[in-house]
Design a protein around this ligand. Structure first.
Ligand SMILES: [Zn+2]
Length: 325
């Protein structure tokens, strides 16, 4: 944002009228904020049920996962119900700890997504899943309904959608896994799925990956390849997707930190490996409507985790494959 502001000021000096018109045409975007809500963490995944204390190590890793999207920007309207306004959305209980959740008239700040998180034991084989819920409804002023349904974004639905918006979403994590809850990838072992990788992947689905109409609109009907401009540039051609169109195809390779790496948004990651966003992953998000700039290394969050003593090693085991939804 700072660089963008400097550029604007330079334009003002040379072409004030054009700069003013540009400013009017496209209000400058703000950094995306992701906030986690633990209200429905009722089965002890992020909360010590004996003491009621937060499990700060796991929550810090969730914030570290969100930091991989700190270079995203957009202009998302606040959802602030006034008198006569009402909205609701329903979703699965994030800890599978009761009936489904229906949110009624919660307030969400501008440029912010709220993600309700939890976890519970379930059959092995699945690491977690995420969604944005169902039965999204809003009544009241036109501006309020627009804020709920599209966050003020244009062209977010239908076969020609070009942008994406959501209020937020939910993530469930399967507590039956022998998760690696470390910030430092050197502590990974073959038997353990990496919590940071899965959390970052699931947040990606809430940001529309494999889900947004603006994502689906760019899957070519004849070839089945994803043909968004940024993704084609990053991959060198149309990108193969999985059979549901909800991920890159299994094993799709791109680049992270200058090195080849399997994409984070393919369907699975071998246990014991860390796969954070590659250039192609970020390109996919850009193609569905996010303004993606260089994402800084989340150094401050990493240092906090080091301070908490979360760098640890685990016993090696036979590798396995994770899958998630
Ligand atoms: Zn997935």
């Amino acid at each position: 944002m700072r660089d963008r502001d400097l550029t604007s000021q330079r334009r003002v000096a040379t072409m004030p009228l054009l700069a003013l018109l540009l400013a009017l045409a496209s209000p400058s975007a703000s950094a995306l904020q992701i906030e986690f809500d633990y209200t429905y963490d009722t089965r002890g995944f992020f909360t010590d049920l004996t003491t009621g204390a937060p499990r700060v190590d796991r929550r810090a890793l969730l914030d570290l996962a969100a930091a991989h999207y700190s270079g995203f920007a957009d202009t998302l309207s606040a959802i602030m119900p006034a008198e006569g306004d009402q909205w609701s959305v329903s979703f699965l209980h994030p800890s599978l700890g009761g009936p489904g959740v229906t949110l009624n008239n919660v307030a969400i700040e501008a440029d912010t997504l709220r993600i309700y998180v939890g976890g519970s034991p379930s059959a092995p084989g699945v690491l977690g899943f995420a969604g944005t819920g169902a039965n999204l409804q809003a009544t009241g002023s036109a501006a309020f309904v627009n804020a709920v349904m599209t966050r003020g974004q244009l062209n977010t639905t239908g076969p020609d959608a070009s942008d994406y918006a959501t209020w937020g979403g939910y993530i469930w994590f399967n507590a039956s896994n022998d998760w690696y809850f470390g910030a430092d990838a050197s502590g990974l072992s073959p038997g353990s799925p990496d919590f940071l990788t899965t959390a970052t992947h699931e947040i990606g689905h809430i940001l529309g990956f494999g889900e947004a109409d603006s994502w689906l609109a760019q899957i070519d009907a004849s070839t089945g390849l994803f043909i968004g401009v940024a993704s084609v540039a990053a991959y060198g051609g149309g990108v193969p997707v999985d059979r549901y169109g909800s991920h890159w195809a299994e094993g799709t390779i791109s680049v992270r930190d200058g090195l080849p790496q399997e994409t984070m948004m393919d369907p699975s990651t071998p246990f014991g490996e860390r796969q954070l966003p590659t250039a192609l992953d970020y390109a996919g998000f850009a193609d569905m409507g996010w303004q993606v700039s260089t994402v800084p290394e989340p150094g401050a969050a990493l240092m906090m985790l080091v301070g908490l003593g979360l760098i640890s090693r685990r016993v090696r085991r036979i590798g396995a494959i994770r899958s998630d939804l």
